[in-house]
Design a protein around this ligand. Structure first.
Ligand code: SAH
Ligand code: SF4
Ligand code: F3S
Length: 454
């Protein structure tokens, strides 16, 4: 899963007293989308996004707690906002997201600079609670779990010509992988009604969006508890018929729940891009069992083989954890062997981080930090070879690229993605943004491709 930090760009508000909002996001795409929803809710309250925290009347830090490092980032970030509060005593600082859900009230004690701590199920209450803080100056925590997460249906603005948008299709997770805090912080799985999702995507298409990324911790279990009896493959087929949408992506997919019907969608739904993020976590069956993942290394490879049979050029990316309790050299070698067998197009790799409240805390065989670091290095250097080789195999080809915006690297370049989710930079003007163009790939790097308009 890709991790990102972003502060949202400006939007215009009319008719209400204007105030400035600065959002800092740490964590996964779901958190990035939650931040977009927070911005949409607060826009109605007269808050305009600013990229300048020093100018803000309200700072929201949307947090993550997936690993210790993500949580530490939050504490250091909050520390930096002290100075702003000193300069502007009316500034309100609010913590939302997974760390807020996990720590609740304790955060107000630990961080006196905070005014509000709002958990993952209560984003919809933010405007109302903010009003209380503005009027009374009181400090507020709200971390109750709810039957339904109301904010998953908050519409976000496709900002100034954005061509790509996130759409939440389900939230929460019922899997309880032994290392993971998400089920405790996001609550039980909840699928959005199919019609609601289709309507939202149709509206996005009308406002110029060409690509949607469907979000959920385990999109494959979409519909399991939904009253309309839909499932993920059916949903993909229906989205595939929405005019204006050219590309569909989704994340994340649990390998155990990846059904044959969903695999076949890579052939049957033209708009579904040839990329799947399929986190494997380990190549060792013993470790997979201790992780409570519900599949073996061989079963994972069978799914990969089936995906490639149905869709030969499909790009497969994954997540791996090194140093899970009890991981021996042989287990680690099994992970490297799986990587050699599958040859992932990209891989996100992490050192195991113990999370309070998860089942893995009780497991024996803790792996020492230096060994984790060494394993991570070995694994990452193997992956770099695979990623670069995969990118090099694109040289000389002509790829369909959806142009997303100006390139980060150079002012006169634009940047977009191939259907296999590779970044391509090439010379071109702003008029190309939102269009799908043919680009001849001239040079491959580790993190991107270089090309020329064809
Ligand atoms: N729902 C997704 C994963 C969400 S968390 C899925 O099941 O695929 C994103 C990634 O963070 C996981 O795939 C895992 O590789 C990593 N991760 C989660 N908990 C972790 C922990 N305690 N230590 C290290 N990495 C972890
Ligand atoms: Fe965490 Fe596992 Fe759920 Fe993914 S599927 S969010 S790793 S518990
Ligand atoms: Fe982090 Fe919560 Fe996402 S813990 S990875 S922000 S679901």
């Amino acid at each position: 899963m890709a991790y990102s930090k972003e502060s949202l760009k400006s939007t215009r508000v009319t008719g209400v007293a204007q105030k400035y909002l600065y959002i800092h996001t740490i964590g996964c795409q779901m958190n990035v989308h939650d931040s977009e929803q927070i911005a949409a809710l607060l826009k109605e309250k007269g808050y305009q996004d600013t990229g300048d925290a020093g100018k803000a009347d309200l700072i929201v830090i949307n947090t993550c707690s997936i690993r210790e490092k993500a949580a530490q980032k939050v504490y250091s970030r909050v520390g930096r906002f002290h100075e702003y509060k000193r300069r502007n005593p009316r500034l309100i600082i609010c913590l939302t997201g997974c760390l807020a859900q996990q720590e609740g009230e304790k955060l107000l004690k630990r961080l006196p600079v905070l005014d509000m701590v709002i958990g993952t199920h209560n984003i919809h209450r933010l405007p109302e609670l903010l009003e209380t803080v503005e009027k009374t100056g009181s400090r507020i925590t709200e971390t109750a779990f709810r039957e339904s997460v109301q904010s998953i249906r908050v519409r976000t603005d496709p900002r100034n010509g954005a061509v790509s948008a996130y759409v939440t299709i389900m939230q929460g997770c019922d899997n309880f992988c032994s290392f993971c805090v998400v089920p405790y912080l996001r609550g039980r799985e909840e699928s959005r009604p199919e019609q609601e999702i289709l309507n939202e995507i149709a509206l996005l298409a009308d406002s110029g969006v060409r690509e949607v990324t469907l979000l959920g911790q385990n999109v494959n279990s979409y519909g399991k508890r939904s009253p309309d009896g839909s499932d993920f493959a059916t949903l993909l087929k229906k989205i595939g018929k929405i005019p204006g949408i050219n590309r569909i992506r989704f994340t994340t997919s649990h390998p155990r729940d990846l059904s044959e019907q969903v695999v076949r969608c890579f052939k049957e739904v033209d708009k579904l891009c040839e990329h799947i993020h399929l986190p494997v976590q380990s190549g060792s069956d013993r470790i997979l069992e201790r992780m409570n993942r519900g599949y073996t290394s061989a079963q994972y490879r069978e799914k990969v083989a089936r995906l490639r049979e149905v869709c030969s050029g499909i790009s497969i990316t994954s997540d791996v954890i090194v140093g899970f309790p009890g991981e021996t050299d042989a287990d680690f070698q099994a992970t490297l062997a799986l990587m050699d067998a599958v040859r992932f197009d990209n891989l996100f790799s992490f050192k195991y981080s113990e999370r309070e409240g998860t089942a893995a805390v009780k497991l024996e065989g803790k792996v020492e930090e230096p060994l984790k670091i060494e394993r991570l290095k070995v694994l990452q250097s193997l992956q770099e070879q695979h990623t670069l080789a995969g990118n090099k195999s694109r040289e000389g080809r002509v790829e369909a690229v959806l142009v997303e915006g100006a390139s980060k690297n150079s002012g006169c370049d634009v940047s977009g993605r191939t259907r296999t989710n590779r970044i391509v930079n090439f010379k071109g003007g702003a008029e190309l943004i939102g269009k799908t163009v043919s680009v001849a790939i001239t040079r491959a790097y580790l993190h991107s491709l270089r090309g020329e308009l064809h």
